[in-house]
Design a protein. Structure first.
Length: 368
């Protein structure tokens, strides 16, 4: 079993076999009670296959399940809640988890339909889905990828799928970083297994996957995210929820004293330690946006739409600012509102969240 300061990395192109080899080294069975309810929490934020770079590979989860069952564990569930605007049930189907559930007789828990309880921490009130608290051993299986608002998403932010939709919206009104950190004081992750096979380094919802061919494992979500930030070329100061989580005792971001072991060599052109730098495309596109507490789904749709407009050579013609976010409710500005929170604007693309194609069509007309 590895310690809290341990990180283990394996490279390859067969995720099921890779994760089994990782688990053979980590030996989680040494700390899991035989009758424990084991919860596996992938990232199924949208209904897109893992090849898009947005969601956790079902092959990694299959490998985890096969390993656990071979050690005599039968009380295993997969639990998730997709982002606001998408149905978890659709993500389970599209991402291959319905097939996984049938193949291994493992229940799928849609946390969007779960009851919740409110907890207080560090002056904040946070509601968490009740089923999450029933789990005796939590295996977090995030995707290493970029995020248009927080720069990256990995272990810490993946716990946002354990809260009800209204709480997700509230997180955005509170600036995301502190509530994400505090949430991880309330939910204990026993093991983190990061899908670093082919994440999208710019967009949370995928579409531009980067082949990385690695799986990363550890027990400290702060350390894992610090390592993920390092791989993507960010300091932890550039991803505030990491250093906030460290400051409130969730874990340690001390990579210098971490026990980092690569189980094999990266067979790619470059060494396994190479960094995968995002294009910073999101930052370039965001110059057109005035954002105030926007939800990820809404903001992601807008960024994706601006990317499509730029590809068509139309973005440079857009002269008006685009306003998006919950704090624009019942307000009016000169510009174009994006999403239902901006219905008070004279010009508005409706939807919660609006579809990227609807934004594209509206802005195409506005740029003519």
């Amino acid at each position: 079993m590895i310690g809290k300061n341990g990180i283990r990395i394996i490279y390859g192109d067969n995720p099921k076999q890779m994760v089994k080899k990782l688990l053979e080294v980590i030996k989680p069975e040494e700390e899991i009670e035989k009758n424990a309810l084991i919860g596996i929490k992938p990232n199924l934020v949208v209904a897109k296959p893992s090849s898009s770079g947005a969601t956790t590979s079902p092959e990694i989860v299959a490998g985890i399940i096969e390993y656990l069952k071979s050690r005599g564990y039968e009380k295993i569930v997969i639990m998730e809640s997709s982002w606001v605007g998408d149905r978890t049930s659709e993500a389970f189907k599209v991402c291959g988890y319905e097939d996984l559930s049938r193949r291994y007789n493992v229940p799928l828990i849609d946390l969007q339909k779960d009851k919740y309880t409110e907890y207080e921490i560090d002056g904040m009130r946070i509601s968490i889905c009740d089923f999450v608290k029933k789990v005796g051993y939590l295996i977090n299986v995030p995707v290493l990828k970029g995020h248009c608002q927080t720069k990256l998403t990995c272990a810490l932010k993946n716990m946002k799928g354990c809260i009800p939709n209204f709480e997700k919206r509230k997180f955005h009104t509170m600036g995301l970083h502190k509530p994400i950190a505090c949430l991880n004081r309330l939910i204990n992750q026993n093991l983190i297994i990061v899908d670093g096979m082919n994440g999208d380094l710019n967009f949370e919802e995928g579409g531009n996957p980067v082949q990385m061919n690695r799986i990363i494992a550890g027990k400290d979500p702060v350390l894992i995210d610090a390592y993920a930030a390092h791989l993507m070329g960010f300091s932890i100061e550039e991803v505030p929820y990491i250093f906030i989580a460290e400051s409130i005792g969730v874990g340690s971001a001390d990579l210098e004293n971490a026990d980092i072991v690569e189980l094999n060599e990266d067979k790619g052109k470059d060494s396994g330690a190479r960094k995968f730098t995002p294009s910073r495309r999101v930052q370039q596109l965001s110059r057109h946006i005035v954002e105030d507490s926007a939800c990820s789904a809404c903001y992601g749709s807008l960024i994706y739409a601006l990317e499509r407009l730029d590809e068509k050579g139309l973005l440079s013609r857009l002269k008006e600012k685009l306003y998006i976010g919950q704090n624009f409710k019942n307000k009016k500005y000169e510009g174009i509102g994006i999403g239902s929170c901006t219905l008070g604007f004279d010009k508005c693309v409706k939807g919660c969240p609006p579809k990227a194609r609807d934004i594209v069509e509206y802005l195409k007309r506005a740029s003519q």
